[in-house]
Design a protein around this ligand. Structure first.
Ligand code: SAH
Length: 223
């Protein structure tokens, strides 16, 4: 699988991007290889293509962003994927992270809130050769109950708390990786592991992300 073009003019840039990510400390070889393979330039708007392999986030449509390559790598590594897993991504945006995940796991389910981005990402993933990613438009707060349970869940928008349905849809032993806190800047990259005694948290430093919209913006329901 994969959308590598013949005579891809971005191959050297992509190699340099991955070398930088490796220097920053990402060790998971499967993650590095996936990022060597996915043509990131196909996931950004035309006018951003020449910047696609620089290590920053870039604007995509609807005022949203495609995450910085290093953060994509780090979040992917934190998912601890070995190839057989079923994973959920909340906030599919450009589709780049979903394409990377599709090379790391057996099945990827992506939920995107904004209709315009959803329509675009469907076409974009299919054209780039990642048409096996399952996509849905809606509020990712509710997860994807029909496809649950998941081995790992990634949320790529900033949220003040982990949505309860996503915890329920995770297997015991599963991971949830997300920017947790007050968007856009008071967020830390966090991984929760679901154990038989509840969630175990591991924090990995400050990050910036666009906010998660929808149900999570309202207070939690009383129990
Ligand atoms: N992973 C994306 C990053 C996109 S930015 C990529 O690789 O390009 C975050 C995305 O989260 C935006 O597209 C935004 O529309 C989406 N989003 C925000 N709130 C959401 C919600 N409640 N459910 C699903 N997607 C959401």
């Amino acid at each position: 699988m994969g959308g590598r073009e013949v005579g891809d003019p971005y191959e050297d840039a992509r190699r340099a991007m991955v070398a930088l990510i490796e220097r920053y400390g990402v060790r998971d070889r499967r993650v590095l290889d996936a990022m060597l393979e996915v043509p990131r330039h196909l996931f950004v708007p035309e006018e951003q293509r020449r910047r696609a392999y620089e290590d920053h986030p870039l604007p995509i449509e609807c005022g949203q962003t495609i995450s910085q390559p290093y953060i994509v790598a780090l979040m992917s590594e934190l998912m601890e994927l070995r190839g057989g897993e079923r994973v959920l991504e909340v906030g599919t945006g450009s589709g780049y992270q979903a394409a990377v995940l599709s090379l790391l796991a057996a099945e990827v389910y992506g939920v995107e809130y904004r209709r315009e981005l959803f329509e675009r990402v469907k076409t974009r993933l299919a054209e780039a050769g990642y048409g096996d990613v399952h996509l849905r438009c809606g509020d990712g707060y509710w997860g994807w109950p029909e496809a649950a349970p998941f081995d790992a869940v990634m949320i790529t928008c900033g949220a003040p708390r982990v949505p309860e349905p996503l915890i329920e849809q995770l297997k015991t032993g599963g991971r949830i990786v997300l920017p947790l806190g007050r968007p856009p800047h008071s967020l830390s990259l966090v991984r929760f592991r679901k154990t038989s005694r509840g969630l175990v948290k591991d924090s990995r430093g400050a990050v910036s992300f666009v906010p998660m919209r929808g149900r999570v913006e309202r207070p939690p329901e009383e129990k």
